[in-house]
Design a protein around this ligand. Structure first.
Ligand code: SAH
Ligand code: DHB
Ligand code: MG
Length: 226
């Protein structure tokens, strides 16, 4: 291990493979590059999804035919732009962000992007915004404060149409969810999510672990039963 992404260790080979994917499979994209550059310039933390993961999210939106998408945790809007591209011209994305300074960067990124007009950002604590939101949504991407993961899935479930997809980021955390440290509230909140989901008959669930330029982590995929 020689690198770090956020708090996560990164094997140089994991980054190299992501580099290959980006160079060979993902075409150069001025809007996404500008989004990353603007976010970096503004001092936002380097915790957005990777380009390969972003493309995967976009493909999931396209493959499921989702046109109404909800995102919890905007940061600079990098994942949001992928979701917005995926929903197509008539589609929409509602994204929730607590920090005004991050939201300003994200809005600049949306304003500079062709699909940005499909995004409605709501600024403030996500739980407050969620309480007032009306569904139904076809797909929800949860990527905010991890101690609230169960609350967010609870709201997403309430706001989902039958057959909808809910995706939760960062559910492996270098394996820290196996035996969360007493002071690791993110790992504890995420571990609790596994048990919450297991006890919820309306959700079918799996987790895919990933390694890459963002370290060792994974996403949870939840299908809302019909
Ligand atoms: N989805 C983004 C990354 C999100 S990082 C991407 O992949 O590009 C997590 C974000 O959640 C941060 O911007 C953080 O400010 C926000 N956040 C944390 N707690 C929150 C809360 N209670 N309500 C809304 N947003 C919150
Ligand atoms: C963190 C948050 C994320 O959503 C992520 O993808 C990676 C790291 C964090 O808070 O450190
Ligand atoms: Mg994340």
């Amino acid at each position: 291990m020689s690198g770090v992404a956020g708090w996560k260790a990164v094997d140089p080979k994991w980054s190299a493979v992501d580099g290959l994917v980006e160079d060979v499979l993902l075409e150069d994209d001025a809007e996404l590059a500008a989004c990353i550059a603007r976010s970096k310039e503004a001092g936002l933390p380097d915790i957005a999804v990777s380009p390969a993961q972003g493309r995967f999210l976009q493909m999931l939106v396209e493959l499921t035919g989702a046109t109404r998408v909800l995102e919890i945790g905007t940061l600079g809007g990098y994942s949001t732009l992928h979701l917005a591209r995926g929903v197509g011209e008539g589609g929409s994305v509602v994204t929730l962000e607590a920090r005004k300074t991050y939201a300003a960067v994200a809005q600049a990124n949306f304003d500079a992007s062709a699909a940005g007009g499909r995004v409605e950002m709501q600024i403030g604590a996500a739980l407050k915004s969620l309480a007032k939101l009306e569904g139904p949504f076809d797909l929800t991407f949860i990527d905010a404060d991890k101690p609230n993961n169960c609350n967010y899935v609870d709201h997403a479930l309430r706001l989902s149409r039958p057959g909808a997809l809910i995706i939760v980021d960062n559910v492996v955390r270098e394996g820290n969810i196996l035996d969360p440290a007493e002071d690791d509230e993110s790992a504890k909140g995420t571990r609790a999510l596994y048990h919450y989901v297991a006890a919820e008959p309306r959700l079918e669930a799996t987790v895919l672990q990933t390694v890459g330029e963002k370290g060792w982590d994974g996403m949870m995929f939840l299908k809302v039963t019909d």
